[in-house]
Write a protein that binds this ligand. Structure first.
Ligand code: ADE
Length: 225
């Protein structure tokens, strides 16, 4: 899978994909992330990517021409299954959406800025609009990094231990159970005995019950329906 991210602040996306699991995914040839500076597709000396809103009002609007040029250049090189726009008025991102997107082919992610993009960009190019939550970020870049991370770690082969994505919080509709490592006793705080017992069936039962308990306490909404 290849993910092309279009942004006016490429510096914000330089870090996340060069490390850890995301870097390993790239090294293994399972996922590739490329960041494109929208300004490279702007014309004129100023390389302007935004303009005043028709009708007035505060804030600039991202223009359609440089975005169209960038998306069309990418599409001339390969096929894309989704063109995603990161925006607070999009569909709220969750694990279910991450699972679905991890099965897709190549994707373009457009990061919004200022007051957003000219509505005609959304009409002409965008196939999916995603919000990462009910709050407003200064731009779509950090949201794009969140979505990209959540998708890439689900691609088969990216995680060393295939079961570790399967046992994540939300993957089965429940929060993950508590986990422990050595020492078995830290200043009188003992690890639940069953986890030291070696009885795998009992351990799985304990984990399931602990997951249900934790979900009931912290996220009862997940258990509704
Ligand atoms: N851009 C600004 N805020 C955002 C959010 N909450 N989700 C996605 N993109 C955004």
């Amino acid at each position: 899978m290849r993910i092309d991210i279009i942004t006016v602040v490429p510096g914000l996306l330089e870090g996340p994909f060069a490390h850890s699991i995301l870097k390993r995914a790239e090294d293994k040839g399972l996922a590739m992330v490329r960041v494109h500076n929208l300004r490279d597709y702007a014309s004129g000396k100023q390389k302007q990517v935004d303009d005043y809103a028709f009708g007035g009002g505060a804030g600039m609007v991202m223009s359609i021409e440089p975005i169209a040029k960038c998306i069309e250049a990418l599409k001339s090189e390969r096929d894309y299954e989704e063109v995603i726009y990161m925006t607070p008025d999009g569909q709220t991102f969750d694990q279910k959406m991450a699972n679905a997107l991890s099965l897709k082919g190549n994707m373009i992610i457009l990061c919004g800025h200022y007051k957003g993009v000219d509505e005609r960009v959304r009409q002409k190019f965008i196939t999916k609009e995603i919000s990462i939550g009910d709050y407003v970020l200064s731009g779509g870049e950090l949201a794009a990094a969140v979505v990209t991370d959540a998708i890439i770690r689900l691609i088969p082969g990216v995680l060393n231990d295939e079961t570790s994505a399967l046992t994540d919080s939300f993957q089965d509709g429940l929060l993950a159970p508590p986990v422990y490592t050595r020492p078995a006793d830290y200043e009188g705080m003992a690890v639940p005995e069953v986890l030291l017992s070696g009885h795998q069936a009992q351990i799985e039962q304990w984990r399931f019950e602990a997951s249900v308990r934790r979900t009931k306490e912290r996220r009862p909404d997940l258990l509704e329906g």
